[in-house]
Design a protein around this ligand. Structure first.
Ligand SMILES: Cc1ncc(COP(=O)(O)O)c(C=O)c1O
Length: 419
């Protein structure tokens, strides 16, 4: 006869089903301001649902396809089982060599050590964030330009570091005034962030400014971070400088490059950092805590891209130039004081005086009236709140539609406050 043993497994009725709720997220995360682009997405959705079609000149997402040479290379590389393993943390030697060769051909940087002074990245945003995590302590300061690419401020906040905002003002050609940074701030500062050609203003940094920044970083024991994401998007013969074209920079600097803009590869997530080997090591250490490096097949795409940059990049830039040359005179005719940017793919414009200090309200008004989407300057810091950004990542036909809608709604720079 079979003996029935008492079960030791608790039945459902014996499990305590009390739900205490989830823990609070870290203070640093919950205190992060809402990403303005996320807020805009909600607004865009609401406007669409109200039956208005959108003409989106807001995001900085390149609209042209990745060149076919790069796509074909990556497609073959994806099929190759050798690329199916975890990538090496420091990337493929062939890719690192291509980076060093590009820096030599394009910027004249000689003797860059592809093993110690080059780091492949899953997009430059990842690298900038990891560098900030690698350097900042809770009580240290990050010198952030204001106007900024949001990751500068957000990554600083995540490690409870303190951003010190250096205003980028029109009267200073959108360059920060390094001499205005107080001594007590400098004593705690570790990183000095710069981004030229600049997002959102499209302005460039002259050589004298870079020379000053390198000298300043050396003198104050700072890491100079040059974000060169738009380094290849330049017009009228202008060739943006690498920070390493400045003497003494290799002692203190790191520079971030992106394939997103240069080769229309935003969706593939690829970038690289070059610079001082000690600084690269700090970036590497932070990175290896978080990720496994760049997909091998995408690195092969990056290698062919860099090795063919001289032929692949000019048609991409020519298309942006065509758009810039269409849009700037149109906006001038509507009363906007609009300078031709020499780099990047943005126009940085003042909000109409009746919306002064209220860039979000202006953007909301424009979108609801016309369906035209632009980015409020506030997205780049409070120093941007009198401005808005227009992206050139749509074809001329779309830009024409935007201008047509502005004209039909009688929207121009000197317009009166709508009732
Ligand atoms: C100034 C600046 N830096 C860095 C990035 C990040 O680019 P990615 O991560 O695609 O290389 C962007 C993207 O828009 C940018 O505008």
């Amino acid at each position: 006869m079979m003996m029935m043993m008492p079960s030791t497994t608790p039945t459902h009725s014996t499990v305590d089903t009390t739900f205490k709720g989830l823990p609070q997220p870290a203070k640093q995360t919950s205190q992060l301001p809402l990403y303005v682009f996320a807020q805009l997405s909600v607004l865009k959705q609401a406007v669409r649902e109200s039956g208005i079609s959108l003409v989106d000149l807001g995001m900085g997402n390149p609209d042209q396809p990745t060149p076919s040479l790069i796509i074909e290379t990556m497609a073959q590389a994806v099929a190759n089982p050798e690329n199916h393993f975890y990538p090496d943390f420091d990337g493929k030697p062939s890719f690192r060599q291509a980076i060093a060769s590009f820096m030599h051909r394009r910027h004249g940087i000689e003797g860059l050590n592809a093993d110690t002074q080059v780091q492949p990245l899953i997009g430059s945003k990842e690298g900038i964030a990891n560098l900030i995590l690698g350097y900042l302590d809770a009580d240290s300061v990050c010198l952030v330009p204001s106007l900024y690419y949001p990751v500068y401020m957000r990554a600083t906040a995540v490690v409870s570091g303190t951003p010190y905002y250096m205003p980028l003002l029109e009267e200073n050609d959108f360059l920060p005034d390094l001499d205005a940074i107080p001594a007590d701030v400098l004593a705690k500062a570790k990183l000095l962030l710069l981004n030229y050609p600049n997002n959102p203003t499209g302005r460039e940094a002259p050589r004298w400014f870079y020379e000053k920044a390198v000298a300043f970083a050396r003198q104050h024991g700072l890491v100079l971070v040059s974000d060169l994401a738009y380094g290849e998007i330049a017009y009228d013969g202008f060739k943006p400088l690498s920070i390493f074209e400045i003497e003494g920079a290799m002692d203190v600097a790191i520079e971030f490059h992106s394939f997103s803009k240069t080769f229309n590869m935003a969706g593939f997530r690829l970038g690289f950092a070059v610079g001082n080997a000690e600084i690269i090591k700090v970036l590497y250490k932070a990175k290896t805590t978080i990720d496994y490096g760049v997909c091998n097949a995408i690195q092969d795409g990056g290698t062919v891209a860099l090795n063919n940059a001289e032929t692949l990049v000019p048609p991409i830039v020519a298309e942006y130039q065509k758009r810039r040359d269409y849009l700037v005179p149109q906006l001038k005719a509507l009363g906007w004081d609009c300078t031709l940017p020499k780099g990047g793919f943005y126009l940085w414009l003042k909000v109409p005086p009746c919306f002064e200090g209220s860039s979000y309200a202006w953007v909301e008004f424009l979108m609801k009236r016309t369906g035209v989407v632009v980015t409020p300057g506030l997205a780049f810091g409070k120093d941007g709140d009198n401005y808005f950004r227009v992206s050139l990542v749509s074809p001329v036909e779309t830009l024409k539609e935007a201008i047509k809608r502005l004209c039909e709604a009688d929207i121009h720079y000197e317009m009166a406050l709508p009732v």
